[in-house]
Design a protein around this ligand. Structure first.
Ligand SMILES: [Fe+2]
Ligand SMILES: [Fe+2]
Length: 164
């Protein structure tokens, strides 16, 4: 099968592999819920009041994402994972925001890939659900980057740029 490099991951996808990948996404959503539940409450200082409120909203949105992804895994005949990816801690506000931004960058990169993979399998409704999640993840990226006084990393080219 002749495929371009960018379409390669999508063309090789199978349903069992998609279940595995969605479980990775679900583990990242759990990680995000935990991080935002904690960070939103422990961020101290007048300059972080605004972002702390935003993180509280993120926590609730991440729970909705987890439910949506869990539903897709069940629909595909898989069993949703119960294990989050590990959550880093720090007593420094900047570190917490940095961890969150790194994770959101990784999440955005993965969901962009997942949409292509769902479409390659003809799962268009699933792709649409993930597209809606992706819109919110991109807002999370912007909130965090703004709080850190940075530009949002360009996640469309895989790799390099997001790494610090
Ligand atoms: Fe999420
Ligand atoms: Fe997020």
């Amino acid at each position: 099968m002749a495929t371009s490099t960018s379409a390669q991951t999508a063309s090789e996808i199978t349903r069992p592999r998609l279940i595995e990948l969605l479980n990775e996404d679900l583990a990242r959503e759990y990680q995000a819920i935990i991080a935002y539940v904690v960070y939103s409450q422990v961020l101290k200082g007048a300059e972080y009041m605004n972002i702390a409120d935003q993180l509280e909203l993120h926590a609730k949105q991440e729970l909705d994402h987890a439910l949506t992804i869990s539903r897709q895994i069940d629909y595909l005949g898989g069993m949703p994972t119960v294990t989050p990816k590990s959550v880093k801690t720090s007593d420094k506000a900047k570190d917490m925001l940095r961890f969150d931004l790194d994770n959101e960058n990784e999440t955005v990169r993965n969901y962009r890939e997942r949409i292509r993979q769902c479409e390659a399998l003809g799962e268009f409704a699933m792709a649409e659900q993930i597209r809606q999640i992706l819109t919110q993840e991109q807002d999370h990226q912007i909130d965090l980057a703004t709080a850190l006084g940075e530009e949002v990393a360009d996640m469309s080219s895989r790799g390099a740029k997001s790494r610090k």
